[in-house]
Design a protein around this ligand. Structure first.
Ligand SMILES: [Zn+2]
Length: 380
């Protein structure tokens, strides 16, 4: 019973702390100070003085985005989505830095952040209305998908979806589901890169997926087109151990089969001969496998070589050390002996010199005495 009441208290504490954590989230509303706002039924757009036209334009894009996304992912975010328009590069309430050419979403805050379209356009003509229209859809998808996964699966989007799918679904809606043909036109060169991969026999699923935005967009396009809307919705609402298991179960295909299906779809889309390209793809896969096996083999051999190398090095180093030690020893001995001998020789040299000096001195004295005596004799 004691244990039970202790557990109850712990549970109560946990609930209370969760409530506190939840109530602390709206504290971010302090951001509202100094902001002007324009809103409708689904969005609140915050902007700075002088940017009302930008705010109205973005609100219009947001409403269009909501319509487009709703037809694809039938889910409404609880409450109004907030959009913050900054006059220039800024750090958002989420702590992210946004600059020209960046737009970001914080799905937990149900917020989207961007720089005023009129200011972005001054920086580059690339950030035009089409760019903004597409990216508002993109960020709105992140908000919807993030909230859906969090609500239904109790998971964070970033921990569940692979990047190609996360960015791919946002980009797919932004480019392919938009009713504005200028968007597809603007991104045609990026989309062409994916088409070229398929045409050149490199349209392998994971190669395409490595281009998370445009490759991802085509992969989601394929999934939507071939398997329909329901499996895609189920990826966000049905509980599976991981995303790829969910993908296999919802499409009823293994990843290997999905890869073939994708390729057939892509070949049809880009007007490419499937059997020819698939042959090339199979060849590429085979080559890749062989290459990776060769690399592994080489690496194994290299490891062996390294081991041998280390062994040789050790023996070599030991012998060098031994040799060096003995040589040093010999050298030291020689040095000591040399020094002793030098001292001895120096000592001997010194004694010889002193005898010579003494002799010279005595001889000199004798000579002096003799000379003195001779001089005296003459005077007499
Ligand atoms: Zn994104």
């Amino acid at each position: 019973m004691i244990g039970r009441s202790w557990l109850d208290k712990a549970a109560l504490l946990l609930v209370l702390s969760n409530m506190l954590a939840l109530t602390s989230i709206p504290a971010a509303f302090s951001v509202e100070e100094g902001w002007l706002r324009v809103e409708d039924e689904h969005f609140i757009v915050y902007y700075q003085s002088g940017y009302k036209d930008d705010a109205l334009k973005v609100l219009q894009y947001a409403d269009q985005a909501r319509q487009i996304v709703l037809a694809f992912i039938p889910y409404e975010v609880d409450g109004k989505v907030k959009i913050y328009i900054y006059p220039g590069p800024s750090t958002t309430e989420s702590g992210w830095y946004i600059t020209y050419g960046h737009m970001s979403a914080d799905y937990m805050r149900k917020s989207i952040y961007l720089i005023a379209p009129s200011e972005a356009l001054k920086q580059s003509s690339y950030y035009d209305d089409i760019w903004h229209k597409k990216n508002v859809i993109h960020e709105y998808v992140h908000v919807v998908v993030g909230n859906l996964i969090y609500e239904k699966l109790k998971r964070y989007k970033g921990n569940y979806l692979p990047r190609w799918f996360d960015e791919g679904i946002a980009e797919y809606a932004g480019i392919f589901l938009s009713n504005d043909p200028r968007i597809k036109e603007k991104y045609s060169s990026e989309l062409k890169k994916i088409e070229d991969l398929v045409k050149n026999g490199k349209g392998f699923f994971m190669i395409v997926a490595s281009n998370v935005y445009y490759g991802g967009a085509y992969l989601v396009y394929f999934l939507h087109d071939v398997y329909g809307q329901e499996p895609i919705m189920n990826l966000f609402t049905k509980s599976y151990p991981d995303f790829y298991t969910a993908l296999e179960r919802e499409t009823g295909k293994s990843l290997r089969e999905l890869e073939v299906d994708w390729l057939k779809w892509a070949c049809n889309k880009f007007n490419v001969n499937f059997s020819q390209v698939y042959e090339e793809i199979s060849q590429t896969i085979k080559t890749t496998v062989t290459l990776s096996e060769t690399i592994t083999k080489t690496l194994t051999e290299k490891v062996k070589l390294t081991e041998i190398h280390i062994a040789i090095k050790t023996v070599y180093t030991t012998s060098i050390i031994t040799k060096t030690t003995s040589t040093t020893k010999t050298l030291t001995e020689t040095k000591t002996r040399y020094q002793t001998e030098t001292t001895k020789i120096l000592g001997e040299t010194f004694s010889v010199t002193s005898i010579a000096l003494a002799t010279t001195l005595i001889m000199g004295l004798c000579l002096l005495v003799t000379l003195t005596l001779l001089i005296r004799k003459r005077r007499k």
